[in-house]
Design a protein around this ligand. Structure first.
Ligand SMILES: CC(C)(COP(=O)(O)OP(=O)(O)OC[C@H]1O[C@@H](n2cnc3c(N)ncnc32)[C@H](O)[C@@H]1OP(=O)(O)O)[C@@H](O)C(=O)NCCC(=O)NCCS
Length: 142
């Protein structure tokens, strides 16, 4: 797997990847999420490709205090071969190079498969409650 930054021509493949991995949600328009990421540290929007075909993604950011990772996805045909581990190691290295001391990520409660994956990579639960407040209502009823 070759890891590089996202390019605009990856858009359809990456949206299809997120759909295949079950990462899309009604309140997160993937096209809007991509457009927003391209306004902030676009070089940290990572794409993995095999034979020139995008098959992995990780949307990484450093906010000056913590690093965050969203949309970690490996195409189901390529899962279980170490690509997820490699992609996360790459993301961690880019954050370390920027002086980021800690990486945070969110996993939906009950998604035990993904929690097992992150446990194997050295991630542990933090004693925090995740709070959120929507600032821009992306959907009419929000
Ligand atoms: C979770 C995901 C990124 C893992 O990627 P992957 O390439 O299959 O994982 P790897 O092959 O690199 O596995 C890394 C380690 O995690 C473990 N692991 C991976 N999937 C696992 C599973 N389903 N259950 C338990 N352990 C698992 C592997 O055994 C491996 O451990 P090892 O190196 O000690 O053998 C991938 O399955 C995926 O894209 N899932 C769908 C999208 C998703 O849910 N993303 C997370 C959003 S929070």
């Amino acid at each position: 797997m070759l890891i590089r930054s996202f390019r605009e021509e990856d858009t359809e493949a990456i949206v299809a990847l997120w759909q295949a991995c079950g990462l899309t949600r009604p309140w997160n328009d993937p096209y809007r999420d991509i457009a927003r990421k391209l306004t902030a540290q676009p070089e940290l929007f990572l794409v993995g490709e095999v034979s020139g075909v995008p098959m992995a993604s990780a949307m990484v950011g450093f906010d000056g205090h913590r690093g965050w990772v969203y949309y970690v996805a490996i195409d189901p045909a390529h899962q279980g071969k170490g690509c997820g581990r490699m992609l996360m190691a790459h993301a961690e290295q880019l954050l370390i190079e920027r002086g980021c001391p800690k990486i945070n990520l969110l996993v939906r409660a009950g998604n035990d498969v993904v929690i097992d994956f992150y446990n194997k990579l050295g991630y542990a639960p933090d004693a925090v409650v995740s709070l959120g407040k929507r600032l821009i209502p992306d959907l009419p009823d929000q």
